[in-house]
Design a protein around this ligand. Structure first.
Ligand code: PMP
Length: 402
């Protein structure tokens, strides 16, 4: 793989931070954007910008064509049909949509919602709120010592009371991959509606919602080399048809009178108001770009980055890896003896190295582990083995300040 040629497509990477070449290792928070995406956004606003689904003039037709073409691109990417792809602001809105439109409608006292210990707040709080509103109970699958989900406990927790099973594909805090296909199958057999939070998965490996046989799949464009403010909720057609609208107003209606309104067909029933047209087109450009790459080679490269980082971490005095499960995406979460994660992050930043520190929006996970947070290096396709080395050279310097 020609990593330098790939990096050249991400202009932001070529800069100095605090007098040092930038080492961007915060890809779990957001990924950088290739020129193909920057050009798509620029081209849209320079030559196409118009409102969609109005159809009165050339530009509107053009914008609608690109916007709906983008939906088809996402549908192909997930192996879904275009009516099953809803545009949202991101994973957070996608999960909230299901929690509000499905959970609140269908949950009753005595029902249960089942999630994992390592979930992002976006896959906890919406369910907590739905439970509070309906009298249902939130149940949590515990972890093994290596931070993988305890599958035996999962099977014990599953019952006919489990109405919703919502699980992260990969943990943003630790990188741990969950065996979602097998878990979804078991939850489905118990009669639950299933949702997978794919925010930390889609940039790392192909996802096929038919193969997962899941009811809902959520992800964010900005973690997939696309723009911020655009995300996706895949919903199985029968589920979406049974769901009431999320927000109401323009676009999502078929007819309106002062007495009553009727809803538009899928997917528009869930898309009130002018959508993020440029965002959708930018995300489709990111997906098209990614699909032109050699994805198995990219995945092997990420595996090599993680293996190298893990090896160096194991050899680094005073460093403790948090989350040692075998199946992980390219995330290394750790603690350094005597160094608060925030201080370690700040001292790395002084050397041009960008990591994330803190609880990573997984406070219940940090409480379970009895730690305030971690330092997280999250790698992407454009990172290099030399950058991994820069991280560990940086950490040696950090140690001299602690
Ligand atoms: N779930 C996971 C696993 C995440 O990593 C994130 C983002 N950190 C989210 C949900 C929320 O995504 P967004 O902020 O893009 O809505």
């Amino acid at each position: 793989m020609d990593i330098q040629a790939l990096r050249a497509q991400f202009p932001i990477l070529d800069q100095q931070v605090n007098g040092k070449p930038l080492v961007y290792l915060d890809n779990g928070a957001t990924t950088q954007k290739p020129v193909a995406v920057l050009n798509a956004l620029d081209n849209y606003y320079r030559t196409v910008n118009s409102n969609v689904h109005r159809g009165a003039h050339y530009l509107s037709d053009e914008a609608t064509g690109q916007f709906e073409g983008a939906r088809q691109t996402v549908a192909d990417f997930l192996n879904a049909s275009r009516e099953e792809i809803l545009w949202t602001k991101g994973t957070t809105e996608s999960i909230n949509m299901v929690a509000q439109c499905v959970a609140r409608e269908r949950l009753q006292p005595g029902d249960e919602v089942l999630i994992g210990t390592s979930e992002h707040h976006a896959n906890i709080v919406p369910w907590q709120q739905a439970c509070a509103a309906t009298g249902a109970t939130l149940k949590v699958i515990p972890l093994h010592d290596d931070c993988s989900l305890n599958q035996a406990a999962f099977e014990q927790l599953l019952s006919s009371k489990t109405k919703i099973f919502a699980i992260g594909h990969a943990s943003n805090a630790l990188g741990t991959l969950n065996p979602v296909k097998a878990m979804v199958a078991k939850a489905k057999a118990a009669g639950a509606i299933t949702l997978v939070d794919g925010a930390q998965a889609v940039a790392h490996f192909p996802v096929d919602v038919q193969d997962l046989d899941v009811d809902f799949y959520a992800f964010s464009g900005h973690k997939l080399f696309g723009p911020t403010g655009i995300g996706v909720l895949y919903g199985r057609r029968e589920q979406l048809e049974a769901m009431p609208p999320y927000q109401t107003g323009g676009e999502m209606i078929e007819t309106v009178s002062f007495e009553k309104s009727t809803w538009n067909q899928l997917p528009y029933k869930f898309e009130a108001g002018t959508p993020n047209i440029a965002g959708a087109i930018g995300l489709a450009a990111a997906i098209a770009w990614l699909r032109q790459q050699d994805r198995p080679a990219l995945a092997a490269h990420e595996d090599a980055l993680l293996a190298h980082a893990t090896e160096r971490a194991q050899a680094c005095d005073g460093l403790k890896i948090i989350g040692t499960a075998a199946n992980k995406v390219s995330v290394l979460s750790f603690l350094l003896d005597g160094g608060h994660p925030a201080d370690v992050g700040m001292l790395l930043d002084k050397q041009g190295i960008a990591v994330r520190t803190g609880h990573h929006c997984t406070m219940p996970l940090m409480d379970t582990l009895g730690i305030p947070g971690t330092v997280r290096a999250s790698f992407s396709i454009y990172n290099t083995l030399e950058e991994v080395d820069r991280l560990f050279e940086g950490l040696e310097k950090v140690k001299t300040f602690l």
